[in-house]
Design a protein around this ligand. Structure first.
Ligand code: OAD
Length: 246
């Protein structure tokens, strides 16, 4: 049900000039891609080795831990279409309110929805790169059959193992400086669909100015709720309908 808080959100949006969205896996669950830490999330699946599947040291030792796990996740991501939440962000961009999306998601759905710029701090699945220091690159579409079969992939150039251009635990996130600069410029930081538990991204809201309004839209509570100006513990799709940005 629409409440005065939803009206407050829309007033905040209309009065803003520089909304920055900080998004996570919850933005894509309605597109058919599971999140990580919900009761039905990827890490709750007993057949998945938890965060080890995205651990660079585990990958170096045994790439099949990742490749067998990704065989299931990859088709879900590849077949997905942007959710209502992604479309709401595009709408806010078209209204000249939203200026940047910072996402932890690797599915590329913010880009597919037409958002621009999108800072993909955890990388993306459009390319595979080898773990050799040269980072040879192959478009993921060329590797489709091997990925779906769960086969680990060797670099055609140097023979090193390849993984998607995704940041694993133990690796540096991409474009952190750029993300920081955008957060510092935000008059509204719209945090959507993230548990805000994975650093350094979870620390980005600390870099907001004192004037920045923080809005949290997430199904479950987050460590930042107490500091936020508006908190919605709601389904993102439902929220987009209630504020008429669907
Ligand atoms: P999490 O799974 O930790 O958090 C997703 C949040 O979205 C949860 O708090 C859910 O309650 C919420 N959520 C799910 N569906 C929702 C919906 N329809 N409406 C509203 N809220 C919903 O995912 P992230 O915070 O994105 O790293 O996880 C951060 C990183 O941890 C990921 O980028 C990933 C993972 O290890 C890599 O892939 C490298």
């Amino acid at each position: 049900m629409r409440t005065p808080k939803h009206d407050q959100f829309m007033e905040m949006v209309l009065g803003s000039q520089n909304i920055v969205a900080l998004t996570g896996a919850g933005l894509s669950t309605s597109a058919g891609i599971p999140d990580f830490r919900s009761p039905k999330g990827i890490y709750a699946d007993p057949t998945v080795a938890g965060e080890r599947v995205f651990d660079i040291n585990v990958f170096r030792e045994d790439p099949t831990v990742f490749s067998s796990f990704f065989a299931k996740l990859y088709p879900q991501m590849k077949d997905a279409q942007p959710s209502k939440g992604h479309k709401m962000l595009k709408k806010l961009q078209d209204m000249r309110k939203l200026k940047c999306v910072i996402t932890q998601n690797i599915d590329g759905l913010d880009v597919a929805a037409g958002c621009d710029p999108v800072i993909e701090v955890h990388g993306h699945i459009r390319d595979y790169v080898c773990i050799d220091s040269v980072h040879h690159k192959v478009p993921t579409t060329q590797l489709d059959a091997d990925i779906r079969a769960g086969r680990p992939i060797k670099c055609p150039e140097c023979g090193a193992w390849m993984k998607p251009d995704v940041v694993f635990f133990g690796e540096h996130v991409h474009n952190l400086e750029k993300a920081l600069t955008e957060v510092q410029k935000a008059d509204v930081l719209l945090i959507m669909g993230t548990s805000l538990t994975v650093y350094p991204v979870a620390g980005l809201p600390d870099y907001c100015s004192d004037e920045t309004k923080i809005v949290i839209l997430n199904g479950a509570s987050t460590p930042l709720d107490a500091q936020a100006d508006l908190v919605f513990h709601e389904d993102i799709d439902t929220f987009t309908e209630l504020v008429r940005l669907a």
